[in-house]
Design a protein around this ligand. Sequence first.
Ligand code: SF4
Ligand code: SF4
Length: 444
Amino acid sequence: MHGEFHTIKFVDDLCDGHMHCMRVCPTQAIRVRNQKASLLDDRCIDCGECVRVCPNNAIIAMTSSFKDFSKFKYTIALPSPAFYAQFGKDTTPSLILESLKKIGFNDVYDVACASEAVSIAIQEYLDTNKSPRPLISSFCPAIVQLIQIRYPNLLDHLIPIESPMEIAAREAKNLKMKETGLKASEIGAIYITPCPAKMLSIKNPLRKKHSFIDGAIAMRDIYPTLLQTISQSNGNHDIKDIQGLGLGWPIVGGQVACLKAEDCFAVGGLTDTVRILEDIENDRLKDIQYVECHSCPTACVGGTLTVENPYIARGRVLRMVEKYGLIPCQNREKIRGLYQKNFFSLIGKISPHPVQPLDEEISRAIEKMQKKQDIHDKLPKIDCGACGSPTCLAFAEDVVLERVMLDDCIFVAIKKFEKLSSDLLETVLRHSEKINSNIKMITS
Ligand code: SF4
Ligand code: SF4
């Protein structure tokens, strides 16, 4: 499905070609031509960084809206645990869940508790499976896409365990089908998402035919309404306290903290993640069991569609874990039994999605590679971005792929102009004597 669907969209009328997006894109997936940004969709990993920095809101995260859910007879909200950290310190997860019901959802389901179950499943997989090490977490869809595009050799390292949001949606739907007698298609499971990337895993799920989630609302879209409802509440609620280490999942190290294995670590942000993936590819981390990777530097509490300062949100998560984390919300033996029945397993391979090659035919691709190098040698190598490509190397490739002309580089154009002017001057000087004598002849 690669290249057919992305969760971001450029709005030409709002784009003024400022290039903020092009500069932050970690995979060089954006070009700016004629003062409009556009996407090279074979490179985009849906990380949402461009959405975060556009000052004109010209890049839209394609999440759902409330009206998309009117077709369901019954709706269940599934907030990412990162949502619990978006509100003030007196607003507990239970109050947030209760308030979601007040604003119109028929029911709510806690994803943090599903995260604890998934943590137990990860531990079981680590204990019983001999697949290549280290295993890499597969819960940040932007990281999975990055591996598909740039590190296809590492696809077998992605842990084949279902994500907490999918486990929660499956459980919530099954429960409600039994309770209400409704069909699965009549019940809408709606995720409250910190980023566009999660929407991608809903629309294009890997290793299975369909997602159990029917749509995702951006945290920042639902936040104002919910905040107002919470501020009008008297603080009472029927939902019992949310507990367990799953509350820590939205911060860097949250997954690892739930594991018993010692040889595990967590990394946040694409720059550091790329470094770690390269180490794994070069067999430098064979002794490590599990690496938790997040595209966002502060993990999901700092997702593109969140509202709170990610460091404040992280502090809140730590306090929640301190207060409620040590009381398990899952029965370990029961989860181990479910694990053995493949309740958490994802079957099938994830396919690689390398970026478009310079040419499908190998000898022509080698020729073009040389041409790219020759063009790069002529460029100033200052990565100014004025050409609308993020680096001089990317510009050289764009020239080879005929997306732009070499003269679109201002430095090449100036050199060409200087050469033309000096040739013209030389010609004029060379002929000036003759011209002068001709003028004299005419005027005498
Ligand atoms: S979503 Fe991320 S990868 Fe895709 S264009 Fe935006 S910044 Fe680049
Ligand atoms: S770290 Fe979390 S919020 Fe950020 S892109 Fe990945 S899944 Fe989304």
